[in-house]
Design a protein around this ligand. Structure first.
Ligand SMILES: C[S@@+](CC[C@H](N)C(=O)[O-])C[C@H]1O[C@@H](n2cnc3c(N)ncnc32)[C@H](O)[C@@H]1O
Length: 533
């Protein structure tokens, strides 16, 4: 939606192409300027649905380009609605070109249009032939649309098409997805009612990041990516905020995350995602040093009950003096150095003891323990754990539609035991299973069970990320809502304080603006709005 809010039911249509892109007249005027409306402006409603085909909304047109307005949509209307048919990166490239043309026209330079000089990095040379062809086709589509919009007002240079291809490539590696935090279920209720009812035991606050737009920020695009970033990026409408989340030594790189993060994805998946989406091989600290979370995140546990060693499903490790080579299906992924002796914690040594044996060259294949080399039956472990996970998800779905009985509860708990037996105690699969069970129990009103499983999930996530990661704060908020439902205000307050400290690390004084429900929860926890169960 134009102003990055969710479009309400009574959206305002673009006066030229009848596409609903504005939420209010004010929002529309900001985008296209003042509009003079015809007398017969109305929407013909056809039973329940508004029939766009008979929409009789006409105007004498948008005003001329004005630098004060953010005329994003104007260039595509009357033709194809770009956002509905083209990928976000391509729409952005088209709009940047249109903005450049507008600025040239405003200064009276409407002859010899080529393209903006953004001076940003691009990777056209390493693009695959298919991706290159795609960029050229999109550039032709954009150029035709722009030529149609500006008609004979402009003269185009021969290189405009190649400038558009270049622009598309720059947008691909430098653009940033604008996201907003959307509170689901409990969070929504909290925001609306400005309070929390313990009687509503179905509530378990959770938030989701929702992508609302794609943009280029000239200073934002200077930052490199890290899978363990020291800077957090967030948005308020169109404004990008960057806040450091740790102390950064002078001379150290300031890095944000382009998406993939350690603890959320394993090393191989992160590298693949960054290569596919941004065309680079990540060399951040997380992708150049051995970390606990990468060893355990998708792993199985050692069959020896006393061993904490991890067993990989698909990654092969070849250990050499002070480094480890990582490969999948014989193809090299990267080389990781061993952490400095001062940073080696007890956990990583127990999980991958073999990597820390001095002067030993050895290969650890999938299916073998990284600590004692015991072997598991990998295919059977994968199949059983996947089946158990889908059983738990089914349990969660049934809880949502209130169709739960004793049988699915027993089945779900049995499946959780199976996952515990097979998966590594710090694995993501186990954390997700615990979380799903917690959510289902919260939904059916067994808050004691919900608390137990929610806490178990958080403990694992703290190992995978780190205890002060924003993902942990969102999980802690779920726990607060469960503790409130139990009437345990003291625990809820302690958990909330822990979450609040993380939120202020990531959002500073903007917590309330970005996550309004946190404030509502704070008032509830401190005694304001609790209803009797
Ligand atoms: C938005 S730019 C970042 C600024 C860029 N380094 C520059 O000098 O303009 C993104 C590009 O920087 C490089 N880059 C960013 N993070 C990286 C990382 N962790 N490892 C390797 N290259 C990285 C890649 O070439 C990527 O396509």
């Amino acid at each position: 939606h134009y102003c990055f809010s969710e479009a309400p039911a009574d959206v305002v249509f673009c006066p030229l192409c009848t596409i609903p892109v504005y939420c209010s007249r004010k929002c529309q005027e900001q985008a296209v300027g003042g509009i003079s409306w015809n007398q017969d402006t109305y929407l013909k409603s056809n039973s329940n649905a508004v029939d766009l085909g008979i929409l009789s909304l006409t105007s004498t047109g948008c005003m001329a380009p004005n630098s004060k307005q953010i005329a994003e949509h104007r260039h595509e209307c009357g033709g194809a609605h770009w956002a509905a048919v083209l990928p976000a990166d391509i729409v952005l490239a088209g709009r940047l070109m249109a903005q450049y043309i507008d600025s040239r026209m405003l200064t009276g330079k409407s002859s010899a249009i080529s393209g903006p000089n953004l001076d940003l990095i691009q990777h056209y040379d390493v693009d695959s032939p298919t991706s290159k062809l795609e960029s050229h086709i999109y550039a032709i589509v954009l150029l035709l649309c722009l030529q149609k919009h500006y008609r004979s007002d402009l003269s185009w240079k021969e290189e405009t098409l190649s400038q558009l291809v270049l622009l598309i490539c720059q947008v691909k590696v430098n653009s940033i997805a604008i996201v907003c935090m959307k509170s689901m279920d409990g969070g929504q209720g909290l925001t609306e009612s400005k309070g929390y009812s313990a009687a509503d035991d179905a509530v378990m606050c959770s938030v989701e990041q929702v992508k609302v737009a794609q943009a280029i920020y000239m200073s934002g695009s200077l930052f490199n990516h890290s899978c363990r970033p020291n800077v957090h990026a967030y948005f308020h409408s169109r404004t990008l905020f960057l806040r450091s989340t740790t102390y950064i030594n002078s001379g150290s790189p300031v890095e944000l995350s382009y998406g993939p993060q350690a603890g959320e994805m394993n090393l191989v998946k992160r590298q693949k995602s960054l290569q596919e989406n941004y065309k680079f091989t990540c060399q951040c600290s997380s992708c150049s040093e051995l970390h606990l979370s990468d060893l355990v995140i998708d792993s199985f546990c050692c069959p020896q009950s006393s061993c904490l060693g991890a067993v990989s499903e698909s990654t092969c490790y070849k250990s050499e003096e002070n480094c480890v080579h990582v490969s999948v299906d014989e193809s090299d992924i990267c080389k990781l150095s061993l952490p400095h002796v001062s940073k080696v914690d007890e956990d990583i040594e127990k999980v991958g003891k073999l990597f820390f044996r001095n002067n030993v060259d050895l290969k650890i294949d999938p299916g073998y323990c990284m600590s004692c080399r015991s072997q598991i039956n990998l295919s059977s472990a994968v199949a059983t754990s996947e089946k158990a996970a889908s059983m738990i998800n089914r349990f969660k779905e049934l809880a949502v539609i209130d169709e739960i009985s004793e049988i699915p509860i027993t089945d779900a708990l049995r499946s959780l035991q199976q996952i515990k037996k097979l998966r590594h105690p710090y694995s993501k699969a186990l954390a997700q299973a615990e979380d799903a069970i917690a959510e289902a129990f919260a939904k059916i009103g067994d808050q004691e069970q919900a608390r137990k499983h929610c806490e178990a999930s958080i403990k694992i996530l703290e190992k995978l990320y780190h205890p002060k990661h924003i993902a942990i704060a969102h999980e802690l908020i779920k726990l607060v809502s469960i503790e409130l439902s139990l009437g345990d205000r003291a625990s809820a307050a302690a958990t909330f304080t822990q979450a609040e400290a993380i939120f202020s690390l990531y959002y500073g004084p903007d917590v309330q603006m970005i996550l309004p429900y946190v404030d509502a929860l704070k008032r509830t926890v401190s005694g304001g709005f609790i209803a009797a169960p």
